[in-house]
Write a protein that binds this ligand. Structure first.
Ligand SMILES: NC(=O)c1ccc[n+]([C@@H]2O[C@H](COP(=O)([O-])OP(=O)(O)OC[C@H]3O[C@@H](n4cnc5c(N)ncnc54)[C@H](O)[C@@H]3O)[C@@H](O)[C@H]2O)c1
Length: 435
């Protein structure tokens, strides 16, 4: 394919060299004449292992050339990959002036071409940005309509400086946020040499995957450092702790606990987070990340409460009271917290959970629920039909075994707030969720 790369910085230089190395014909565009001169000599303008050699090879083979003319680049390529910087402003918002300028230039060039040119935004941009700002800029400058006269995709990049070539050649996946199928097809062609899976999503979902990834990486570093700092205070070898920790690929380093749903609870997580925080505090150690876990969880329960009470209906059912399916453990169940809050505000609450039998609750589990919901006997019902018949809002707190029976009893005038299970439909009732 013929590919233009706008912005010959870290991302652009590596991408341009790697695409050219795969046999694509690449035109690199930058406003910086020194960078262009260096690349023309086959020298890398950035320090990146292996890039000098690769640039030398592809430039001398005539597979990569550079220019400062957007017009020339767009005319000579099927796709423009935009990799200009999107730095932070002082308030955290994105400074997009480089991007705005590039889009005006590309748009003006698109006005003069008679083929379907695709603009792929590789710069990291917040969701909504491409639709609300980039597309209008391109449409104004080109006088053409996106999806008809030209194509647009969001195509985030995941490479890391210092291992950029290896990362580019072995990505976890290729992510194409497409506004239309045709644009996505053109862009997918540029990556056909990679074996990694290709995910084609809504444009905003693609932008969000990039932010979720970087936020998660930051979270991991901060978490490891806080655990390390606690270890240090306790004279424990933090390297050994995290080495063993990371060996658990079923819960720790895995998909587990990464599905958006309802708050955590139960007899272990809240208690153990509190104990760890106590140990840190006891040693005057400030651990803001771990300290934020319980408040963050509570915030999520508040979101559920705001959702349930936002409909202006007073009759509420909670289906599923224990903290997860397959247990009758009510200790620190976030559904119990929600019930407590609703009762506190005078809502008429009915609870159904076939896994919880009050007469079979013993010990701490019983003590807990009697303390938190003293009138639990009056709230818990054993007849699902009776609970649903009287309720306007039905909160589903966990996967229910009797799903079919619930569906048969729901009415179109009811609202189901599904806190956990997003692959489930609740028709004829209206489905609402908090994540
Ligand atoms: N650096 C990384 O490791 C990395 C990884 C993934 C994603 N990203 C994202 O990719 C984007 C680019 O990052 P970077 O680190 O490569 O940026 P960079 O600052 O190294 O490079 C940007 C380049 O764009 C050029 N430029 C500016 N205006 C231009 C114009 N009108 N026409 C052509 N070129 C122009 C600049 O001269 C510069 O060479 C950012 O949004 C960044 O967040 C970066």
């Amino acid at each position: 394919m013929k590919i233009s790369v706008f912005g010959m910085g870290y991302v652009g230089c590596v991408s341009a060299a790697c695409f050219a190395d795969q046999g694509h014909e690449v035109i690199g565009v930058d406003v910086n004449p020194q960078k262009l001169a260096m690349i023309n000599r086959g020298e890398s303008p950035i320090i990146e292992p292996g890039l000098d050699e690769m640039l030398k090879k592809v430039v001398s083979a005539g597979k990569l050339r550079v220019t400062d003319s957007a017009d020339e680049a767009v005319r000579g390529s099927d796709v423009s990959m935009v990799c200009v910087g999107t730095p932070s402003r002082a308030n955290g918002s994105l400074d997009t002036h480089y991007l705005d300028r590039v889009m005006e230039q590309i748009g003006a060039a698109i006005a003069d071409v008679d083929f379907f040119h695709v603009v792929a935004v590789r710069s990291t941009l917040l969701p909504g940005f491409v639709k609300d700002r980039i597309i209008p800029l391109l449409e104004n400058a080109s006088g053409k309509k996106a999806g008809e006269g030209f194509g647009v995709c969001v195509n985030p990049e995941f490479l890391r400086e210092s291992t950029a070539i290896k990362d580019f050649q072995n990505p976890p996946f290729t992510l194409i946020g497409q506004f239309d199928q045709r644009s996505g097809d053109v862009l997918a062609g540029a990556y056909s040499f990679l074996e990694a899976p290709v995910h084609r999503t809504e444009p905003d979902a693609a932008s969000m995957v990039k932010y979720a990834s970087n936020a998660y990486h930051a979270l991991k570093v901060a978490f490891a450092n806080e655990i390390g700092a606690i270890c240090n205070e306790l004279d424990i070898d933090s390297q050994r702790v995290m080495e063993v920790f990371a060996e658990d690929k079923s819960l720790n380093i895995s998909k587990a606990y990464l599905r958006p749903g309802y708050a955590f609870g139960g007899s272990c997580l809240p208690k153990d987070v509190r104990a760890l925080l106590y140990a840190a505090k006891h040693r005057d150690l400030h651990t803001p990340l771990i300290s934020s876990l319980l408040p963050s969880n509570d915030e999520h329960i508040q979101r559920a409460f705001a959702k349930v009470t936002g409909f202006g209906k007073r009759n509420v059912a909670i289906l599923g009271l224990s903290f997860k399916p397959g247990t009758d453990d009510l200790r620190e169940s976030p559904q119990v917290r929600l019930a407590e809050m609703l009762i506190g505000k005078g809502y008429k609450l009915r609870i159904f959970d076939e896994e919880v039998s009050l007469s079979n609750l013993f010990g701490r589990n019983r003590e807990y629920i009697e303390k938190v919901l003293p009138h639990i006997n009056e709230l818990m019902h054993t007849e699902l039909g009776e609970v649903l018949a009287e309720s306007e809002v039905v909160v589903v707190g966990k996967r229910m075994k009797n799903h079919e029976q619930i569906l048969a009893l729901l009415r179109p005038d009811q609202i189901v707030v599904d806190l956990e299970i997003h692959d489930t439909e609740w028709q004829p009732a209206r489905k609402e969720q908090i994540v």
